[in-house]
Write a new protein. Structure first.
Length: 474
């Protein structure tokens, strides 16, 4: 079913769209980015030219020229009497652009596969006769893998029984399943902003009304806002990333963990902790996991091998109270009929040598982080480069609301990135840019040079009021 976006809603989503001249191309670029990031879904009817012109305080001819530019590039189709409708942009993952030859793709913040993975796959294939003797439809997960996952939690100081573990086809599947069970249409859910956009997509699909709580690279979680949000809105659930948060890379302090747990318990909310990046420590060192609930069922943990081992190994898990695990198992057949046996066999072997995996990932991410920080500080000294102790990316302060314009310009130069607003819960973040450091160091250095050229071009074309925020054009 086709949907419509109002002029007011589109104006809000565009944010500070006027980042270049002529104005109609800046507007067209803003709408293009909303389409590319899937913030405007395919087959969405856009506002009439006159309505959008009024909402943006521009002339109707500016909107008409922008729509004409979007038709020329295949982003919308217009029919007399039917309005302008966004078009599907080919076969791609929502929010991603296909990378051509020679392009540097920094849209997906995932390192390459762990070097020992191919060998473990071969070992698992050698036991194929044993694997195919199983029924194959197991919505809970094989016991050997659940025991291995429970053991890893116990090593972290979180005593866990295998019956408190559900194996899923990746963390995203776990988020979808948990949302479908815990969230009803119209329920409030607290989430960090910025945050992992696909989690936001899953929560909204479940009908959640999101309440954003700010987190920044320097100040961390806004505890006052978080406590007020829990008390005022009484969310049924909170989605949080306490370790190496995506995209900021920030980790919660002991105080922040205790304060958010206390506020969540007072509100009666279930805290869903996405720990998919928790093992990607570079030089932070171990911390107490925290979030020890006073009542069972308050805290749910999600894990995955996507960031630590390989994005193509679609295997994740949920660690929760036994009652919730049973509810998830009962609901799961509507989503899928279990996790593939082959992936589970590989994951079981991986968890037995996980310390080796984590050590290699730490070294890999350290080299990528150091390379991109060095290159960006040399090429773009005006940018605010945060200190990242782990995780997969830098959440950079640009100094002006030019993230969307920069991403469009960088794409024309062969660097694919995701603009800051894609990570927003309630708008904003066009002053920030996520730059992953998961690519090889030489590739990151080349990307920094291209970004510097793109940044100069964006500032040169931006209105004087915007340029003033970012400093004088050089």
């Amino acid at each position: 079913m086709d949907s419509r976006v109002s002029a007011r809603a589109l104006a809000s989503a565009l944010g500070g769209w006027r980042t270049r001249e002529p104005a109609y191309e800046a507007l067209a670029d803003g709408i293009r980015l909303l389409c590319l990031d899937n913030r405007l879904a395919p087959r969405t009817t856009l506002p009439a030219e006159r309505e959008l012109a009024g909402a943006l305080a521009v002339s109707r001819s500016t909107v008409a020229a922008a729509y004409r530019s979007l038709r020329d590039t295949g982003h919308i189709s217009s029919l007399r009497g039917s309005g302008s409708v966004t078009l599907p942009l080919g076969r791609r993952e929502p929010g991603r652009v296909a990378a051509g030859d020679g392009m540097i793709d920094l849209q997906q913040a995932s390192p390459p596969a762990w070097p020992g993975l191919a060998g473990l796959m071969a070992e698992a294939a050698g036991s194929a006769s044993t694997l195919v003797s199983r029924v194959g439809y197991d919505v809970l997960g094989r016991i050997e893998l659940r025991e291995a996952i429970a053991h890893r939690y116990a090593e972290r100081g979180i005593p866990t029984h295998p019956d408190e573990v559900l194996v899923t086809t990746g963390a995203q599947s776990a988020i979808h399943l948990i949302s479908s069970v815990l969230v009803g249409r119209g329920d409030r859910v607290l989430a960090e902003t910025p945050t992992y956009p696909h989690a936001v997509d899953a929560l909204r699909r479940a009908g959640a009304r999101l309440v954003g709580v700010p987190v920044t690279t320097d100040a961390g979680w806004d505890l006052e806002r978080a406590e007020q949000a829990f008390a005022r809105t009484l969310p049924v659930m909170a989605y949080l990333m306490p370790d190496f948060q995506n995209p900021t890379g920030r980790s919660m302090t002991t105080l922040e963990r205790a304060a958010i747990l206390s506020a969540g318990e007072r509100a009666g909310a279930v805290l869903v902790l996405d720990e998919t990046t928790a093992d990607l420590d570079i030089d932070r060192g171990p911390v107490a996991p925290g979030f020890e609930p006073s009542e069972p069922g308050t805290v749910v943990r999600i894990g995955s091998l996507g960031k630590t081992v390989w994005g193509g190994l679609r295997l994740g898990w949920v660690r929760a109270d036994g009652d919730l695990i049973r509810r998830l198992v009962a609901a799961r057949p509507a989503h899928d009929l279990g996790t593939p046996e082959f992936e589970q066999a590989i994951a079981t072997q991986l968890l037995r040598r996980f310390d080796q995996v984590v050590a290699q990932r730490s070294a890999l991410l350290r080299s990528g982080r150091d390379a991109v920080v060095k290159a960006l500080e040399a090429q773009l000294p005006s940018w605010g480069i945060p200190v990242a102790r782990g995780g997969v990316s830098l959440w950079i302060e640009l100094g002006a609301p030019l993230s969307s314009a920069l991403v469009i310009e960088a794409r024309s130069r062969g660097v694919l990135l995701t603009a800051g607003p894609r990570f927003s819960v309630d708008g904003g973040h066009d002053r920030q840019l996520r730059v992953p450091f998961t690519a090889p160091p030489d590739e990151m250095a080349r990307a920094a040079a291209l970004l510097a050229d793109a940044w100069a071009a964006v500032r040169a074309g931006a209105p004087p009021s915007v340029v003033a925020e970012a400093g004088a054009v050089v």
